[in-house]
Design a protein around this ligand. Structure first.
Ligand code: FAD
Length: 285
């Protein structure tokens, strides 16, 4: 199908973008890589009066080392994230998860910020942002604000962004010494969306778990932090027994969806198995 008619705007600065967004109000949509939005327009599931393309705003692209954290511009593509040396060194979980997103064509156009703003519960990067305690930087004509990942993903395809706000970048704290990471994704075919995914980072010292982060993809309307699992492995030997018994608690507090690819019961089973697998692999890496 062909999208409904819209005005196409290409600001070159963030100031100009938030200004036109404010003028256009709820009838406008931000366009990033277009990998999710363009299909919605073509199917006429979305029909905004105006599209504000961020592609010409150079300041929204790129990765900066801020000492204890990396700042990733919203318009940085998945491919740029995957190949960035500082991401691979300091937050490798992000590179591992981004490698599993779709196919090379989508990874070259799709953006880090677009994936997060879209807030698809089956998207791989929201769970990673949650596990890594990322902080979202947001701008509007009213000013700037920061939103912790734990407050950003509100519901199914719904983020904490207001209609006049643009996600400009994300601060991702570095993991530091002693951490191993793993993103486990169960999908029907290579390049498909996650039926369930588990983002996991484990810090070990002398064979004991000293810290852990676990977050689940597609186990509810928004990504879920498996806090019970994180607490249960703390101070325990970094062994298969520890991880298997803690992983039994991974589905706690989740609301797994039912769809063509799996029932809630099937996803509950997957979450348990994948969490044990991710913890074990992370601790061994
Ligand atoms: P767009 O499509 O341009 O925008 C998406 C939404 O976010 C729109 O509502 C837009 O208004 C809003 N938005 C975008 N940027 C901003 C911003 N800076 N501030 C405020 N709002 C903003 N993703 C996965 O995680 N895993 C997969 O396995 C996967 N498989 C895919 C397979 C296919 C065939 C396709 C087409 C996509 C797939 N994706 C997958 C989605 C992909 O990661 C997209 O890149 C992503 O969802 C959206 O990013 P985008 O830059 O294309 O955003």
């Amino acid at each position: 199908m062909i999208p409904a008619t819209f005005e196409y705007l290409r600001p070159t600065t963030v100031d100009a973008a938030v200004s036109v967004l404010s003028d256009a109000g709820e009838d406008a949509k931000i366009l990033a890589g277009g990998q999710s939005l363009m299909p919605l327009l073509r199917l006429r599931l979305a029909y905004p009066d105006a599209l504000i393309d961020l592609d010409r705003i150079g300041s929204l692209r790129g990765i900066r080392d801020d000492g204890d954290a990396l700042h990733i511009g919203a318009m940085t593509t998945h491919d740029e994230v995957i190949h960035d040396p500082s991401v691979r060194e300091h937050v490798p979980l992000l590179a591992r998860a981004a490698e599993t997103v779709a196919d090379p064509a989508v990874r070259h156009r799709g953006t880090f910020g677009g994936s997060l703003a879209h807030a698809d519960p089956a998207g791989d990067l929201p769970a990673v942002a949650l596990a890594l305690d990322a902080v979202f930087h947001v701008r509007s004509i009213r000013g700037e604000r920061e939103i912790p990942a734990a407050e950003f993903f509100v519901d199914w395809m719904t983020s904490a962004l207001e209609a006049d706000e643009i996600l400009t970048g994300v601060r991702v704290p570095k993991l530091g010494e002693g951490w191993g990471v793993r993103y486990e994704k169960f999908h029907r075919t290579a390049q498909a969306w996650a039926i369930v995914g588990v983002a996991c980072a484990v810090r070990r010292e002398n064979g004991t778990v000293t810290d852990a982060r676990v977050a689940l993809t597609n186990m509810g309307p928004a990504p879920v932090r498996a806090t019970e699992v994180e607490q249960l492995v703390q101070g325990r030997p970094a062994s298969g027994d520890t991880f298997r018994s803690a992983a039994e608690h991974a589905p706690s507090g989740t609301e797994p969806p039912s769809d063509l690819h799996g029932s809630p019961e099937y996803r509950t089973h997957l979450a348990t198995v994948l969490t044990a697998r991710a913890l074990t692999a992370a601790a061994a890496s």
